[in-house]
Design a protein around this ligand. Structure first.
Ligand code: AMP
Length: 424
Protein backbone atom coordinates (compact mmCIF):
# COMPACT_ATOMS: atom_id res chain seq x y z
CA UNK A 1 0.00 0.00 0.00
CA UNK A 2 0.97 3.60 -0.55
CA UNK A 3 0.07 5.64 2.51
CA UNK A 4 -0.04 9.40 3.01
CA UNK A 5 0.02 10.89 6.51
CA UNK A 6 -1.12 14.48 6.96
CA UNK A 7 0.53 16.55 9.69
CA UNK A 8 3.93 17.62 10.97
CA UNK A 9 4.15 16.95 14.70
CA UNK A 10 5.33 14.30 17.13
CA UNK A 11 2.00 12.51 16.75
CA UNK A 12 2.56 12.13 13.02
CA UNK A 13 6.16 11.02 13.58
CA UNK A 14 4.94 8.29 15.94
CA UNK A 15 2.28 7.21 13.42
CA UNK A 16 4.86 7.19 10.60
CA UNK A 17 7.34 5.21 12.75
CA UNK A 18 4.69 2.61 13.57
CA UNK A 19 3.39 2.32 10.01
CA UNK A 20 6.91 2.15 8.57
CA UNK A 21 7.20 -1.18 10.38
CA UNK A 22 4.09 -2.57 8.72
CA UNK A 23 4.58 -5.24 6.06
CA UNK A 24 1.55 -3.70 4.33
CA UNK A 25 3.23 -0.34 3.80
CA UNK A 26 5.21 -0.16 0.56
CA UNK A 27 5.65 3.57 0.42
CA UNK A 28 4.98 6.16 3.09
CA UNK A 29 4.54 9.87 2.44
CA UNK A 30 3.95 12.64 4.93
CA UNK A 31 2.73 16.16 4.20
CA UNK A 32 4.33 18.38 5.28
CA UNK A 33 6.27 16.26 7.84
CA UNK A 34 9.46 17.30 9.64
CA UNK A 35 13.15 16.35 9.90
CA UNK A 36 12.44 13.27 12.04
CA UNK A 37 9.51 12.05 9.96
CA UNK A 38 11.82 12.22 6.93
CA UNK A 39 13.60 9.15 8.32
CA UNK A 40 10.40 7.09 8.04
CA UNK A 41 8.55 8.66 5.14
CA UNK A 42 9.07 10.86 2.11
CA UNK A 43 8.06 14.35 3.17
CA UNK A 44 6.12 16.36 0.61
CA UNK A 45 5.49 20.09 0.66
CA UNK A 46 1.73 19.94 0.25
CA UNK A 47 -0.63 22.55 1.67
CA UNK A 48 -3.01 20.36 3.67
CA UNK A 49 -5.67 23.09 3.55
CA UNK A 50 -5.72 22.78 -0.24
CA UNK A 51 -7.86 19.67 -0.57
CA UNK A 52 -7.64 19.68 -4.36
CA UNK A 53 -3.86 19.60 -4.22
CA UNK A 54 -3.96 16.72 -1.72
CA UNK A 55 -6.37 14.78 -3.95
CA UNK A 56 -4.21 15.41 -7.04
CA UNK A 57 -1.14 14.16 -5.15
CA UNK A 58 -3.00 11.01 -4.06
CA UNK A 59 -4.07 10.32 -7.64
CA UNK A 60 -0.56 10.82 -9.02
CA UNK A 61 1.11 8.66 -6.36
CA UNK A 62 -1.70 6.05 -6.28
CA UNK A 63 -2.29 6.50 -2.54
CA UNK A 64 -4.33 3.67 -0.99
CA UNK A 65 -4.92 5.26 2.40
CA UNK A 66 -4.67 8.76 3.83
CA UNK A 67 -4.22 9.06 7.61
CA UNK A 68 -5.16 12.49 8.93
CA UNK A 69 -3.28 13.53 12.10
CA UNK A 70 -4.61 16.93 13.25
CA UNK A 71 -8.15 18.17 13.85
CA UNK A 72 -8.13 21.24 11.60
CA UNK A 73 -8.23 19.34 8.27
CA UNK A 74 -10.79 16.89 9.73
CA UNK A 75 -13.12 19.72 10.75
CA UNK A 76 -12.56 21.26 7.31
CA UNK A 77 -13.91 18.06 5.70
CA UNK A 78 -10.78 16.61 4.13
CA UNK A 79 -12.01 13.04 4.69
CA UNK A 80 -15.29 13.81 2.89
CA UNK A 81 -13.39 15.32 -0.05
CA UNK A 82 -10.89 12.46 -0.31
CA UNK A 83 -13.60 9.80 -0.10
CA UNK A 84 -15.70 11.63 -2.70
CA UNK A 85 -12.67 11.38 -5.00
CA UNK A 86 -12.46 7.63 -4.36
CA UNK A 87 -9.50 7.79 -1.95
CA UNK A 88 -9.72 5.91 1.35
CA UNK A 89 -9.12 8.12 4.34
CA UNK A 90 -8.85 7.40 8.06
CA UNK A 91 -10.65 9.92 10.24
CA UNK A 92 -14.14 11.30 10.79
CA UNK A 93 -16.23 13.19 8.27
CA UNK A 94 -16.73 16.92 8.73
CA UNK A 95 -20.16 16.26 10.25
CA UNK A 96 -18.79 13.73 12.72
CA UNK A 97 -15.80 15.96 13.55
CA UNK A 98 -18.26 18.34 15.24
CA UNK A 99 -17.56 16.27 18.35
CA UNK A 100 -14.38 18.35 18.57
CA UNK A 101 -15.34 21.31 16.41
CA UNK A 102 -18.33 22.37 18.52
CA UNK A 103 -18.43 22.10 22.29
CA UNK A 104 -22.13 23.01 22.25
CA UNK A 105 -22.89 20.16 19.85
CA UNK A 106 -21.10 17.65 22.09
CA UNK A 107 -22.70 18.94 25.29
CA UNK A 108 -26.18 18.68 23.75
CA UNK A 109 -25.39 15.16 22.52
CA UNK A 110 -24.38 14.22 26.07
CA UNK A 111 -27.53 15.71 27.54
CA UNK A 112 -29.79 13.96 25.02
CA UNK A 113 -28.10 10.59 25.59
CA UNK A 114 -27.50 10.79 29.34
CA UNK A 115 -23.72 10.72 28.90
CA UNK A 116 -22.09 11.95 32.13
CA UNK A 117 -20.61 15.43 31.70
CA UNK A 118 -20.51 18.68 33.69
CA UNK A 119 -23.85 20.55 33.91
CA UNK A 120 -23.80 23.43 31.40
CA UNK A 121 -25.62 26.05 29.39
CA UNK A 122 -24.85 27.56 25.95
CA UNK A 123 -24.79 31.34 25.42
CA UNK A 124 -24.69 33.64 22.41
CA UNK A 125 -24.27 36.84 24.42
CA UNK A 126 -22.18 38.06 27.37
CA UNK A 127 -25.01 39.43 29.53
CA UNK A 128 -26.94 36.16 29.86
CA UNK A 129 -23.71 34.20 30.33
CA UNK A 130 -22.69 36.50 33.19
CA UNK A 131 -26.13 36.18 34.82
CA UNK A 132 -25.69 32.41 34.73
CA UNK A 133 -22.18 32.62 36.21
CA UNK A 134 -23.44 34.81 39.07
CA UNK A 135 -26.27 32.37 39.69
CA UNK A 136 -23.98 29.30 39.71
CA UNK A 137 -20.99 30.79 41.57
CA UNK A 138 -17.30 29.91 41.24
CA UNK A 139 -15.26 27.91 40.44
CA UNK A 140 -16.80 27.65 36.99
CA UNK A 141 -15.54 26.85 33.49
CA UNK A 142 -15.95 29.07 30.41
CA UNK A 143 -15.37 27.57 26.96
CA UNK A 144 -15.49 29.09 23.50
CA UNK A 145 -17.29 27.03 20.88
CA UNK A 146 -15.12 26.04 17.92
CA UNK A 147 -11.49 25.03 17.52
CA UNK A 148 -9.11 27.13 19.61
CA UNK A 149 -5.94 24.99 19.75
CA UNK A 150 -6.42 24.36 23.46
CA UNK A 151 -6.72 28.07 24.30
CA UNK A 152 -10.50 28.35 24.41
CA UNK A 153 -11.00 27.10 28.00
CA UNK A 154 -10.79 29.14 31.20
CA UNK A 155 -11.21 27.40 34.55
CA UNK A 156 -12.25 30.44 36.61
CA UNK A 157 -11.62 30.45 40.35
CA UNK A 158 -13.78 33.53 40.90
CA UNK A 159 -16.89 35.10 39.36
CA UNK A 160 -14.79 38.10 38.27
CA UNK A 161 -12.40 35.80 36.43
CA UNK A 162 -15.29 34.05 34.70
CA UNK A 163 -16.80 37.39 33.66
CA UNK A 164 -13.44 38.51 32.29
CA UNK A 165 -13.18 35.26 30.31
CA UNK A 166 -16.67 35.80 28.86
CA UNK A 167 -15.74 39.34 27.77
CA UNK A 168 -12.42 38.14 26.37
CA UNK A 169 -14.04 35.39 24.29
CA UNK A 170 -16.93 37.47 22.92
CA UNK A 171 -14.59 40.45 22.49
CA UNK A 172 -12.18 38.68 20.14
CA UNK A 173 -9.49 37.79 22.68
CA UNK A 174 -9.02 34.43 20.95
CA UNK A 175 -8.44 34.55 17.18
CA UNK A 176 -11.85 35.93 16.38
CA UNK A 177 -14.85 36.77 18.57
CA UNK A 178 -16.60 33.63 19.82
CA UNK A 179 -20.07 33.28 18.35
CA UNK A 180 -21.11 31.05 21.21
CA UNK A 181 -19.73 29.94 24.55
CA UNK A 182 -20.47 27.10 26.94
CA UNK A 183 -20.41 27.70 30.69
CA UNK A 184 -20.15 24.55 32.77
CA UNK A 185 -19.62 23.29 36.30
CA UNK A 186 -16.09 22.68 37.47
CA UNK A 187 -15.39 18.97 37.88
CA UNK A 188 -13.12 17.67 40.60
CA UNK A 189 -11.02 14.54 40.23
CA UNK A 190 -8.11 13.13 38.27
CA UNK A 191 -7.90 13.57 34.51
CA UNK A 192 -7.24 10.76 32.04
CA UNK A 193 -7.08 10.44 28.27
CA UNK A 194 -9.12 7.64 26.78
CA UNK A 195 -8.95 6.48 23.17
CA UNK A 196 -11.29 4.31 21.14
CA UNK A 197 -11.05 3.21 17.54
CA UNK A 198 -14.45 3.52 15.86
CA UNK A 199 -15.86 2.31 12.55
CA UNK A 200 -19.22 4.06 12.65
CA UNK A 201 -20.85 1.29 14.65
CA UNK A 202 -18.28 -0.58 16.71
CA UNK A 203 -15.79 0.99 19.10
CA UNK A 204 -12.77 -0.76 20.58
CA UNK A 205 -10.82 0.71 23.45
CA UNK A 206 -7.14 1.45 23.05
CA UNK A 207 -4.92 1.66 26.13
CA UNK A 208 -5.21 4.64 28.46
CA UNK A 209 -2.81 7.53 28.92
CA UNK A 210 -2.35 10.61 31.03
CA UNK A 211 -0.75 13.85 29.96
CA UNK A 212 0.72 16.89 31.66
CA UNK A 213 -0.78 20.10 30.31
CA UNK A 214 0.97 22.70 32.49
CA UNK A 215 4.33 24.01 31.41
CA UNK A 216 6.27 23.73 34.70
CA UNK A 217 7.11 21.01 37.22
CA UNK A 218 4.47 20.31 39.82
CA UNK A 219 1.77 20.97 37.20
CA UNK A 220 2.24 24.73 37.52
CA UNK A 221 2.18 27.58 35.01
CA UNK A 222 0.10 28.10 31.90
CA UNK A 223 -1.52 25.33 29.87
CA UNK A 224 0.32 23.97 26.84
CA UNK A 225 -0.44 21.46 24.11
CA UNK A 226 1.10 18.88 26.47
CA UNK A 227 4.55 18.63 28.09
CA UNK A 228 4.62 14.87 28.44
CA UNK A 229 2.50 11.77 28.80
CA UNK A 230 2.58 8.21 29.99
CA UNK A 231 0.63 5.01 29.55
CA UNK A 232 -1.04 3.18 31.18
CA UNK A 233 -2.88 5.68 33.38
CA UNK A 234 -3.14 3.90 36.75
CA UNK A 235 -6.52 5.47 37.43
CA UNK A 236 -7.98 3.62 34.44
CA UNK A 237 -8.63 0.25 36.05
CA UNK A 238 -10.38 -2.44 33.96
CA UNK A 239 -13.65 -1.55 35.75
CA UNK A 240 -13.23 2.14 34.93
CA UNK A 241 -12.43 1.20 31.33
CA UNK A 242 -15.71 -0.70 31.07
CA UNK A 243 -17.64 2.17 32.59
CA UNK A 244 -16.14 4.64 30.12
CA UNK A 245 -17.00 2.39 27.18
CA UNK A 246 -20.55 1.71 28.40
CA UNK A 247 -21.47 5.13 29.78
CA UNK A 248 -19.62 7.42 27.34
CA UNK A 249 -18.12 5.88 24.18
CA UNK A 250 -20.80 3.39 23.08
CA UNK A 251 -23.71 5.84 23.62
CA UNK A 252 -21.80 8.46 21.62
CA UNK A 253 -21.15 6.12 18.70
CA UNK A 254 -24.81 5.01 18.72
CA UNK A 255 -26.04 8.60 18.83
CA UNK A 256 -23.78 9.72 15.98
CA UNK A 257 -24.97 6.84 13.82
CA UNK A 258 -28.59 7.59 14.64
CA UNK A 259 -28.21 11.21 13.53
CA UNK A 260 -26.66 10.18 10.22
CA UNK A 261 -23.10 11.20 11.10
CA UNK A 262 -21.47 7.85 11.92
CA UNK A 263 -18.17 8.34 13.72
CA UNK A 264 -15.16 6.71 12.08
CA UNK A 265 -11.64 7.28 13.29
CA UNK A 266 -10.06 7.57 16.68
CA UNK A 267 -12.22 9.11 19.36
CA UNK A 268 -10.22 10.73 22.14
CA UNK A 269 -12.19 11.39 25.30
CA UNK A 270 -10.72 13.79 27.84
CA UNK A 271 -12.11 12.46 31.13
CA UNK A 272 -12.38 13.59 34.70
CA UNK A 273 -12.51 10.58 37.01
CA UNK A 274 -14.67 11.92 39.82
CA UNK A 275 -15.87 10.29 43.04
CA UNK A 276 -19.08 9.29 41.29
CA UNK A 277 -17.36 7.94 38.18
CA UNK A 278 -16.08 9.09 34.79
CA UNK A 279 -17.30 12.40 33.33
CA UNK A 280 -16.60 13.60 29.80
CA UNK A 281 -14.66 16.88 29.71
CA UNK A 282 -14.33 17.02 25.96
CA UNK A 283 -13.94 14.99 22.80
CA UNK A 284 -11.14 15.22 20.28
CA UNK A 285 -11.52 13.57 16.90
CA UNK A 286 -7.90 12.41 16.47
CA UNK A 287 -5.02 10.94 18.43
CA UNK A 288 -3.72 13.07 21.27
CA UNK A 289 -0.31 14.67 20.96
CA UNK A 290 1.79 13.57 22.93
CA UNK A 291 -0.42 10.63 24.02
CA UNK A 292 -0.20 9.03 20.56
CA UNK A 293 3.55 8.68 20.98
CA UNK A 294 3.23 6.48 24.07
CA UNK A 295 0.33 4.53 22.54
CA UNK A 296 2.39 3.70 19.46
CA UNK A 297 5.29 2.51 21.63
CA UNK A 298 2.95 0.13 23.42
CA UNK A 299 1.07 -1.16 20.36
CA UNK A 300 2.20 -4.63 19.36
CA UNK A 301 -0.28 -5.15 16.50
CA UNK A 302 0.14 -3.70 13.05
CA UNK A 303 -1.53 -0.28 12.96
CA UNK A 304 -2.33 -0.26 9.24
CA UNK A 305 -5.01 -3.02 9.23
CA UNK A 306 -6.56 -1.44 12.33
CA UNK A 307 -6.95 1.93 10.61
CA UNK A 308 -8.27 0.24 7.47
CA UNK A 309 -10.79 -1.80 9.47
CA UNK A 310 -12.05 1.39 11.11
CA UNK A 311 -12.40 3.05 7.72
CA UNK A 312 -14.11 -0.02 6.20
CA UNK A 313 -16.57 -0.60 9.05
CA UNK A 314 -14.90 -3.92 9.94
CA UNK A 315 -13.94 -3.51 13.59
CA UNK A 316 -16.58 -5.98 14.82
CA UNK A 317 -14.16 -8.92 15.02
CA UNK A 318 -10.99 -6.93 15.36
CA UNK A 319 -8.53 -7.25 18.21
CA UNK A 320 -5.45 -5.23 19.09
CA UNK A 321 -2.49 -6.49 21.08
CA UNK A 322 -0.38 -4.34 23.35
CA UNK A 323 2.97 -4.73 25.06
CA UNK A 324 2.52 -4.96 28.83
CA UNK A 325 5.35 -2.42 29.25
CA UNK A 326 4.71 1.16 30.28
CA UNK A 327 5.73 4.03 28.04
CA UNK A 328 6.48 7.65 28.81
CA UNK A 329 7.34 10.71 26.76
CA UNK A 330 9.05 13.94 27.78
CA UNK A 331 8.39 16.94 25.54
CA UNK A 332 11.38 19.20 24.93
CA UNK A 333 10.22 22.68 24.04
CA UNK A 334 11.87 25.92 22.93
CA UNK A 335 12.54 28.33 25.83
CA UNK A 336 9.61 30.73 26.06
CA UNK A 337 6.94 28.21 24.98
CA UNK A 338 3.92 28.42 25.30
CA UNK A 339 4.60 32.15 24.89
CA UNK A 340 7.03 33.59 22.35
CA UNK A 341 10.06 31.55 21.41
CA UNK A 342 12.82 31.64 18.81
CA UNK A 343 13.24 29.16 15.97
CA UNK A 344 16.41 27.90 14.37
CA UNK A 345 18.59 26.90 17.35
CA UNK A 346 20.90 23.90 16.96
CA UNK A 347 20.11 20.55 18.62
CA UNK A 348 22.93 18.03 19.16
CA UNK A 349 23.35 14.65 20.80
CA UNK A 350 20.23 13.03 19.33
CA UNK A 351 22.05 9.92 18.13
CA UNK A 352 23.62 9.31 21.55
CA UNK A 353 20.26 9.91 23.22
CA UNK A 354 18.56 7.43 20.91
CA UNK A 355 20.99 4.73 22.05
CA UNK A 356 19.63 4.61 25.62
CA UNK A 357 17.83 1.30 26.08
CA UNK A 358 14.12 1.42 25.27
CA UNK A 359 14.31 4.98 23.93
CA UNK A 360 12.70 6.34 20.78
CA UNK A 361 12.88 10.01 19.85
CA UNK A 362 10.09 11.55 17.83
CA UNK A 363 10.42 14.99 16.29
CA UNK A 364 7.60 17.44 16.93
CA UNK A 365 8.99 20.63 15.40
CA UNK A 366 12.36 20.31 13.69
CA UNK A 367 13.96 21.22 10.41
CA UNK A 368 17.03 19.71 8.76
CA UNK A 369 19.88 21.93 7.65
CA UNK A 370 22.23 19.53 5.90
CA UNK A 371 23.16 17.08 8.65
CA UNK A 372 22.20 19.49 11.40
CA UNK A 373 18.85 19.44 13.21
CA UNK A 374 17.33 22.82 14.04
CA UNK A 375 14.38 23.68 16.29
CA UNK A 376 11.40 24.77 14.23
CA UNK A 377 8.48 25.09 16.64
CA UNK A 378 7.33 25.43 20.25
CA UNK A 379 7.23 21.77 21.11
CA UNK A 380 10.29 20.38 19.37
CA UNK A 381 11.16 16.83 20.51
CA UNK A 382 9.39 13.92 22.18
CA UNK A 383 11.88 11.82 24.09
CA UNK A 384 10.04 8.54 24.64
CA UNK A 385 10.92 5.32 26.41
CA UNK A 386 9.43 1.98 27.24
CA UNK A 387 10.10 0.27 30.57
CA UNK A 388 8.70 -2.49 32.76
CA UNK A 389 6.86 0.21 34.69
CA UNK A 390 6.42 3.99 34.48
CA UNK A 391 9.38 4.56 36.79
CA UNK A 392 11.77 2.66 34.52
CA UNK A 393 10.39 4.36 31.42
CA UNK A 394 10.83 7.70 33.17
CA UNK A 395 14.45 6.97 34.13
CA UNK A 396 15.28 5.93 30.56
CA UNK A 397 13.58 8.95 29.00
CA UNK A 398 15.45 11.39 31.27
CA UNK A 399 18.76 9.55 30.69
CA UNK A 400 18.20 10.26 26.99
CA UNK A 401 17.16 13.88 27.64
CA UNK A 402 20.45 14.39 29.50
CA UNK A 403 22.40 13.37 26.38
CA UNK A 404 20.73 16.03 24.25
CA UNK A 405 22.59 19.32 23.93
CA UNK A 406 20.15 22.06 23.24
CA UNK A 407 20.78 25.19 25.33
CA UNK A 408 17.71 26.91 23.90
CA UNK A 409 15.35 24.14 24.97
CA UNK A 410 13.77 23.00 28.23
CA UNK A 411 11.58 20.25 29.58
CA UNK A 412 9.72 19.29 32.73
CA UNK A 413 11.67 16.97 35.02
CA UNK A 414 8.68 15.29 36.67
CA UNK A 415 6.65 13.70 33.85
CA UNK A 416 4.80 10.67 35.21
CA UNK A 417 5.05 11.71 38.86
CA UNK A 418 1.53 10.58 39.81
CA UNK A 419 2.09 7.10 38.38
CA UNK A 420 5.58 6.77 39.89
CA UNK A 421 4.16 7.78 43.27
CA UNK A 422 1.55 5.06 43.01
CA UNK A 423 4.11 2.48 41.91
CA UNK A 424 6.19 3.12 44.99
P1 AMP B 1 -10.54 21.10 27.20
O1 AMP B 1 -9.87 21.92 26.12
O2 AMP B 1 -12.02 21.12 27.18
O3 AMP B 1 -9.93 19.73 27.37
O4 AMP B 1 -10.10 21.80 28.55
C1 AMP B 1 -8.75 22.02 28.87
C2 AMP B 1 -8.51 21.69 30.30
O5 AMP B 1 -9.34 22.48 31.13
C3 AMP B 1 -8.86 20.25 30.67
O6 AMP B 1 -7.84 19.36 30.38
C4 AMP B 1 -9.14 20.40 32.15
O7 AMP B 1 -7.93 20.40 32.87
C5 AMP B 1 -9.77 21.75 32.26
N1 AMP B 1 -11.24 21.63 32.25
C6 AMP B 1 -12.07 21.74 31.19
N2 AMP B 1 -13.35 21.59 31.56
C7 AMP B 1 -13.35 21.39 32.89
C8 AMP B 1 -14.36 21.17 33.87
N3 AMP B 1 -15.65 21.16 33.56
N4 AMP B 1 -13.99 21.03 35.16
C9 AMP B 1 -12.68 21.07 35.51
N5 AMP B 1 -11.68 21.27 34.64
C10 AMP B 1 -11.99 21.42 33.35
Amino acid sequence: MNILILGSGGREHALAWKMAGSPLADKLYCAPGNAGIAREAECVALDVADHRAVIAFCQTKKIDLVVVGPEVPLCAGIVDDLEAAGIKAFGPSKWAARLEGSKGFTKDLCRANKIPTAAYERFKGAATAKDYVRKKGAPIVVKADGLAAGKGVVVAETIAEAEAAIDMMFGGGLWSPAWEIVVEDCLVGEEASFFALCDGETAIALVSAQDHKRVFDGDKGPNTGGMGAYSPAPIMTPEMNDRVMNEIIHPTVRAMKAMGAPYKGVLFAGLMITKSGPQLIEYNVRFGDPECQVLMLRLMSDLVPALLAARDGQLMNFDLRWYPDAALTVVMAAKGYPGNYAKGSLIEGLDAAGMVEGVEIFHAGTKADGNRILANGGRVLNVCARGKNVREAQQRAYAAVDRIQWPDGFCRRDIGWQAVKRET
